[in-house]
Design a protein around this ligand. Structure first.
Ligand code: SF4
Length: 700
């Protein structure tokens, strides 16, 4: 199975979607013997998590899909790659010729690699379809897109610049490591004495370590951020040089803040003025200070404007693109993520639905409900086929029941995955995908910390192929423009050309970084109409949106659904819906848990460990109660990503999957079209009857 002789190999992990932790893989007797974190890695600094340690199981699991499979009646038959890809090429070409290119949708999730580049810019672009289902409308891109719009990039914490205060907002880096950050960087900053502020409805392990924990009500981050900006402006704590010389419309911003009352901020956010004022003062006066932001910001009806308000805080305090603040790093010397393919032709781009969600539309990211509706109704154009890479759509996207109906109604569905997920079970063709140990690629290319790492191919599992290999072969069979490379090595050599390295040389070197430059706005300005940081955005106004962060409270509890639900809690052993079939991870955390305040639980007759039913207007699921005295008594927090690989029927994804509870209708984020995933109205009750068959997890 090993493709290399026994020995130690330095590579970049990606057992989760956010990876590239530097690791050393020991190969002994042709098998993976161990994985250790590499302390010399400039980002992960020796960190390694349970998901990485479980990678031997990922390689050797008997449940791995090892060859292409074609639906045959109610079952499957194994097929060669040639047969499977010829079938896919023929069916996709027929559907494109019959209905137009938009009838083929593409979807991905936690990228096993820069699949975005291959799937969206490459494959979808060459097909001419704007029917793209990315996670981006409610994950990462609200922040990244607002950053691009207002400051020309995605500002991330410059941990190497030694921030004196870090404000972690909507992130839980001990349990989940988002794209640009790893917990050891934050941990090192705290050990050097940095102050820690955590903004989170839950008292996470990190919040417990914080100097200030602001227990914000779910979906009320924006009022809290505005309240902090108001304190900074009212008390004159802002950076005068930045405001006077590099910003625009500050006076209007100040006037808008003066129209907000602290009483309103306190009422909506449920954070006391004393607490958030203290956090604001500390953030404004610690030099430098940085905001470590996460997906919690992206999953609501105000996600883009919340990102705007946090950018305002960075700008107000002079921490934008400053050493030790939130820096906008240059990319490493490789061809940019979107630079290898011609991309979507302009006329196809103009057909992208959802222009009313303008920020998403500008990035060709139609809100998901538009594609599901197009599949189910044929409007605005028919969507009849879908190719899905690295996405268990039934479990990880809002409104699972609607997605199930939509996927079942497709004429042709292709899924590439490592395991037979509930989504793969609906496919006409399933392709075996390679894990991180079975691929070679330029890892983290396109991330915003400016680093790129070499991920080396060390193993082979059956006939599994990387997503890039699958798309390259398929694109060539379909004669798609831009799919010109004879192999992935050729692609990698070309992508590395600006560095002067070949893939062989880069994989020996292991790492590249772009130049580190700060305060670039002083010479090149901002990408706004005024060329300055706009506290009231001219571009948003030009598009017909409020130019100042605009809050619409999406929380609508009532007598039937009196509690406020968070649907996004993560656990370190799992990435999205992955990992439930790996016994070592499942043993660590066998069941999903919903956190409830003890008083609320007592009122409802619920004890620790009980199975409870969680219900919203959309559906009902079951998770196990975990009592948490630190929660707001009205708030419950359910885990995300749950299905049961040991069940082979529809219950596998309906029993505990939070996205049975979520919808994809209003209130949506007005700029991104993302659904409300944090702040849903719900009810909770003790489950009737035992759930015997999920009480004990399987052994493998
Ligand atoms: S966080 Fe992700 S990349 Fe890092 S060690 Fe864990 S699984 Fe690997």
């Amino acid at each position: 199975m090993a493709l290399v002789p026994d020995g130690s190999y330095r590579t970049a992990c990606r057992a989760c979607a956010h990876g590239s932790c530097g690791v050393t893989v020991e190969v002994r007797g042709g098998r993976l013997a161990s994985i250790r974190g590499d302390p010399s890695d400039p980002v992960s600094r020796g960190y390694v998590c349970a998901k990485a340690i479980a990678s031997r199981e990922l390689l050797e699991s008997p449940l791995r899909i090892r060859s292409p499979m074609i639906r045959d009646g109610d079952g499957w038959r194994e097929a060669s790659w040639d047969e499977a890809l010829d079938l896919i090429a023929r069916r996709l070409s027929e559907i494109r010729d019959g209905y137009g290119p938009g009838a083929i949708a593409v979807a991905t999730g936690s990228p096993r690699y820069d699949i975005y580049e291959w799937l969206y810019t490459g494959f979808a672009g060459a097909l001419g379809t704007p029917s793209i289902l990315a996670v981006s409308n409610f994950c990462f891109v609200p922040r990244a897109a607002m950053g691009e719009l207002l400051v020309g990039g995605h500002p991330v914490v410059d941990y190497d610049g030694d921030p004196r205060l870090v404000m972690v907002w909507g992130a839980n880096p001990i349990e989940s490591n988002p794209d640009e950050y790893k917990y050891p960087q934050l941990d090192a900053a705290l050990r050097r004495g940095a102050e820690l502020v955590v903004v989170d409805p839950r008292r996470t392990a990190l919040a417990a370590r914080a100097d200030i924990w602001l227990r914000v009500r779910p979906a009320a981050d924006l009022p809290l951020a505005l309240g902090m900006a108001k304190v900074i402006v009212e008390e004159g704590l802002y950076d005068r040089d930045f405001v006077e010389n590099h910003s625009y419309r500050f006076g209007e911003f100040r006037d808008r803040l003066s129209m907000i009352s602290h009483a309103w901020v306190e009422e909506v956010s449920r954070v006391g003025r004393r607490e958030y004022a203290r956090a604001a003062r500390d953030y404004a006066t610690a030099k430098p200070a940085a905001i470590h932001w996460g997906v919690g910001i992206d999953q609501g009806a105000n996600s883009a404007y919340t990102a705007y308000a946090l950018l305002d805080l960075m700008a107000l305090t002079g921490n934008l693109d400053a050493p030790g603040g939130n820096a906008i790093f240059d990319q490493p010397p490789v061809v940019p993520t979107d630079g290898m393919f011609p991309g979507l032709p302009e006329e196809a781009r103009a057909r992208t639905p959802g222009k009313e969600y303008r920020l998403a539309w500008e990035r060709v990211r139609p809100p998901h409900h538009l594609t599901w509706d197009a599949i189910l109704t044929g409007k605005p154009y028919p969507v009849r086929a879908m190719i899905v890479l690295a996405a268990n759509l039934l479990v990880t996207r809002p409104n699972s029941l609607k997605i199930w109906r939509a996927l079942r109604s497709l004429d042709f569905l292709v899924v590439a995955d490592m395991f037979m997920t509930p989504t793969a079970r609906l496919a006409h063709v399933v392709l075996p995908a390679a894990s991180w140990l079975e691929r070679e690629e330029i890892a983290d290319r396109g991330k915003h910390h400016g680093h790129a790492f070499a991920r080396r191919r060390l193993f082979r599992v059956g006939g599994a192929r990387s997503d890039a290999e699958i798309l390259l072969d398929l694109g060539r069979r379909m004669g798609l423009p831009g799919f010109r490379w004879g192999s992935i090595r050729e692609f990698l050599d070309e992508a590395l050309r600006p560095s002067g390295l070949t893939w062989e040389e880069f994989s020996s070197l292991g790492h590249l970084r772009g130049p580190v430059r700060y305060l670039k706005y002083r010479t090149s300005g901002f990408p706004t109409p005024s060329g300055k940081y706009e506290f009231v955005s001219g571009k948003l106004e030009e598009w017909g949106y409020p130019g100042f962060p605009d809050f619409r409270d999406p929380v609508a509890t009532d007598d039937r659904y009196p509690l406020i639900l968070i649907t996004g809690a993560r656990r370190i052993m799992y990435m999205a819906s992955e990992g439930r079939q790996l016994a070592s991870l499942r043993r660590l955390h066998p069941h999903p848990e919903v956190e409830i305040h003890p008083e609320t639980a007592a009122r409802l007759g619920i004890s620790e460990g009980d199975w409870v039913a969680i219900e919203t207007g959309n559906g009902r699921i079951y998770q196990r109660a975990r009592l948490n005295p630190w929660l707001d008594p009205q708030v419950v927090s359910a885990e995300y990503g749950w299905w049961y690989p040991e069940m082979d029927d529809d219950r596998s994804w309906t029993v505990s999957n939070v996205n049975v509870l979520t919808g994809d209708g209003p209130p949506l984020d007005p700029l991104m079209g993302g659904a409300l995933l944090r702040g849903l109205a719900c009810r909770v009750e003790r489950a009737e009857g035992p759930l015997h068959d999920i009480d004990e997890p399987p052994e493998s």
